[in-house]
Design a protein around this ligand. Sequence first.
Ligand SMILES: Nc1ncnc2c1ncn2[C@@H]1O[C@H](COP(=O)(O)OP(=O)(O)OP(=O)(O)O)[C@@H](O)[C@H]1O
Ligand SMILES: [Mg+2]
Length: 1239
Amino acid sequence: MDTVWARDPTEGFILGRISELLVEGAEVIPINPKFQRRVLPFSDIFKAQEDDKDKDYDDNCEMVFLNEGSLLNNIRIRYYQNKIYTYVANILIAVNPYKDIPQLYSAPTIKNYQGKSLGQMPPHVFAVADKAFRDMKVLKQSQSIIVSGESGAGKTESTKHLLKYLCVNWGAQAGPIEQKILDANPVLEAFGNAKTTRNNNSSRFGKFMEVHFDKSLHVAGGHISHYLLEKSRICSPQGDERSYHIFYMMMAGAPESLRKQLGLTKPDDYNYLKTGCTRYFTSSANEKKLSAGQKSADHAKSGPLRDILLDDVEDFTTLDGALSRLGLSDADRLQIYTTVAAVLHLGNIEFEDNPEDTRGGCRVSPSKAKALDIASSLLGIDATELRQALESRVMQSSRGGIKGTVIMVPLKVYEANNARDALAKAIYSNLFDYIVNRINQSIPFQASSSYYIGVLDIAGFEFFTVNSFEQFCINYCNEKLQQFFNEVILKFEQELYRREGLSVPEVSFVDNQDCIDLIETKNHGILNILDEESKLPKPAYNHFTSEIHKHWANEYRIALPRSSKLKSHRSLRDDEGFLIRHFAGAVCYQTKQFLDKNNDALHASLEGIVQDSKNKLIQTLFATSNAQKGKLTFISVGNKFKTQLLELMEKLRKNGTNFIRCIKPNNKMIDGQFDGALSLMQLKCLGMTSVLELMEHGYPSRAPFADLYNMYKDYLPPELKKLEPKIFCEAMLHSLKLRDKDFKFGVSRVFFRPGKFAEFDKIMKSDPENLKAIVADVKKFLVKSRWLKAQFCALTVIKLKNKIIYRKRALIVVQKTVRGYLTRKKYGPRIKVLSKIKNLNGNLKKMEAIAGQLKKEKESTTNDINKLKNEIVATMDKIKKDGKIQPSAIDALYAQIVAKVDNQMDSLQKKLLAQKNAEEQARLRKIQEEMEREKKRKEEEERRLKEEEENRRKKAEMEAKRKLEEEQRRKQEEADRREAERLQAEQAKEALDERRYQERLEQERQDHELALRLAQESNGQIEESPPMIRNGGMDSARQSFKLNRSEAVKNQQAALAKGKYDLSKWKYSELRDTINTSCDIELLEACRHEFHRRLKVYHAWKAKNRKRTIMDENERAPRSVMESAARTPKLQQKAPILDNNSQRYFRIPFVRPGGDNSKRGWWYAHFDGQYVARQIELHPEKPPILLVAGKDDMQMCELSLEETGLTRKRGAEILENEFNKEWEKHGGGKYVRPADRKQ
Ligand SMILES: Nc1ncnc2c1ncn2[C@@H]1O[C@H](COP(=O)(O)OP(=O)(O)OP(=O)(O)O)[C@@H](O)[C@H]1O
Ligand SMILES: [Mg+2]
């Protein structure tokens, strides 16, 4: 049977064959014997291409079957061949190879991609960069390239390649600008990237890098916007993670003198570093350069970390070079390094309870006084002032105003720790802002610069065992980006197809606006509730959490932590966290630090001392800082991010958009390993499977007629330039021999199937010789179309002429007819009688003949006849001459003369009869015999007529029966109408519920997968089916992950359960055998029902999964029948009109899809009870197809008679003998009913 992709929890999809159709779906036997056979619902099975299993495609849209299974397979095959890039239409999918692929990014490769349309060269980030550049140039619109994917998927690497491509190709004339833009990356990475468990070089901030171009389209400058630097990392990296690279780079790579000057030793000497991993990234060569004093104990023991791209020793030199090229002087750079070192020393200041303080205050531990001294000297602050500011807080009595009394409030140990960390975080994050600012200043762009290409590299969807405010913000951002993606790719695309009149089937996607509202709405959005909480006199995270649950009590997207699938989350109390169901899965957030993280303002005393620092850089960092201006006016981190995001989305909406979706093939960060399930999940989260569904019928490339014309007019000779854009496009496309289905004309633009625009572009830009041939073709097309137009005009004129002639002729006919009528009315009666009288001459001649035969009274008879003759002549004369004679008089005269003739004739005949009586006797006998024969023939004829009459009667009866049934049905329908309306409403609601449920089921699955991944990563535990606490609507039976069966199937199952037989466990083949062999009529009927139901499900699935190019290849009944079945309401018939014993026969014409309409075939069906028992297909020019149930079920119509609607088709039903005649004519054997078959 069919080769399919079957879902697999670890591989994503595996190849197999369907072996059995079952109630719950199908049984699949994997082709690779290492996998077990399995039963899956049809939603987890996709059609696979049988031949060319190992063929790969540049663009996934070129595959024969566009589905999740083949998408994953294509990406997997290509990954193992080092082809890490693929397209889905215009979207690039990039799989992280975790290794260097030779020549993939070399200078010659860059050159090869320049000016090439998407699809002309193998897929590549360079192709996307080039497309963005060309779109910017042609469409005169700035462009964005959105690079997305999860941590470690390769976003930042892709971004670097994109920028390099743009700078190398169009920045060479820009001089140092180009180098500066490229230099920005190592600097940003040093200060903003860190080693995490998911990526050794993880960007802990988001960025939107704009490359600006001048009017001549050369690089003219740039701008970087950055988002959400992760601050918690500065003070406490955890486990195997490190803090920002710069700390380790300075300790490993800075010259000894600098290290000494800044008091830098080894990572485990610093509180802010020793909680995490303290090893350096170094190559073996550089490892040797490190002295023992630089290495942490762990590094000395376990050796260095390795990564192809990272080396802390070398990276410091690179960073220093980049900073100086960006215009930072030696002094500037020293200030920066000093500030970084100051943060580390600040972290080493520790506090203890002050035994001398009666108010429970604290003091700097005497053993850490040195750290305080170094930190204060590096920061340019007086040590005593710093000590005081850390140990206590200044408060001003509110009544006194500026002159109010200043009170020093001593801090507890934990409060002092918090104050110190807040200061360290503020210094580091302000330093990061400052560095980005300096980069922006060194790559300025003129306001007059024309357009820009912006590359967005921002963390993808994040989920950990413990998720806090950072994950909340980043996931909020990803919800927005996902919505944007849906809008651009799915919604706008479908709207455009509708507007342009292209019929492309609708693709549904989950709208995540509700989730965005949950976070950002003005009144009760989580961000707003958070800000409101901060403004309370005593803000508390529990109160904040309860407020959220209170406001969003009935929202599906948000739930209590105990509904999480992960065991560790369930231990959280209701007021300690919340769970949000994001588009990519459910994430449980712990709210404990939300309030602190949302407010990054320093308290006044700390703010004061840093602003008064003697260190110029520290002063600058805090010059415009967000000082604590009072609770009611502060700008929270969340709010600031919301505004930034709003600006970013505005930019993205204005620009042209390009997407790069990065995939991480395994969690081990190694090359040559493709984890199918992991990759599939990412493809789904990135929306690639929905795009594939859309593209199955879509047209990803398009261009307005005018643009296309402008793009190519320069390649063409003047005579073609004169054409109107639309005609130009028509002429070009028709002459280029592209297939009709590869492009479509909309109202204002042409649409191309995936990859076809590139083909078109390539042809257009091919060498002049080829172009000459194309131009010749276009001219030929134009001449042809003009000639066609001329022909059409001439034909129209001829048609008009013929019409005039026709009317002229018709007029004459009218005249002729009227005249004839008048004349006939006037002379008709006389002429008629005269001719009738003339006919009497014939009688006279007969009389004369009789008279001649008479042997007696011959003479007198002749006289009588002559007299009669004269009388006739006289009558005729009278009629002829009397012009005014009345018709009644004429008739009287005629009757008179006829009576006379008849009398005469009578008497003559009597005479003759008497005479001939004797002679006639013999002859009469002979005649009688002849008549006998004639009678027999007539009887035979009558019998035949009677039989025909009988057939006619039967047909009439049949028609009457049909009408009766129709009447019955109509009545039944009428009776059911009200019921149906009610049911319809109920069904609509159910359908809505069902859809919502399906979406939730998908969400559940996503949540489950996510939880599974987390559980695997963190050795956590996962529990099935958590109770859905607040959202109601889901009964416990629905909690399992089994596919929810449709209502119809459920009804059927319920009915079956109630009935005598439970066939749900029966195999398909067992059903068929029972039908063919059983004598138990009830069992047989039950089997037939179940058998046809499974066939129907199978055919429905097959139709959905059909090949793209060949439509309805397996049509089993004429389309009208299938359509009627689709329309038949699925209401249960209360009293079926048909009993199971009735034998009915039907015949309807049909045309094979794609066939010639004039070549009509016939489709015959014999229904034994509800299902087809025999089926004949007659096609002209093809041998007839005879099919018998029990043998050929797969090719036969599986619908019940009710569903086919055949009984309602006038003239479709035929007699048994008519069917049998056709059956036997084509060699069909005798039919035996299943119940009568011998075992
Ligand atoms: N095209 C590539 N060729 C070779 N190696 C790559 C490529 N892309 C990514 N890598 C490898 O994968 C690592 C992670 O990539 P990258 O830092 O770009 O991920 P990211 O998506 O930016 O992750 P994060 O969100 O954590 O910043 C890189 O350090 C590099 O080792
Ligand atoms: Mg990154």
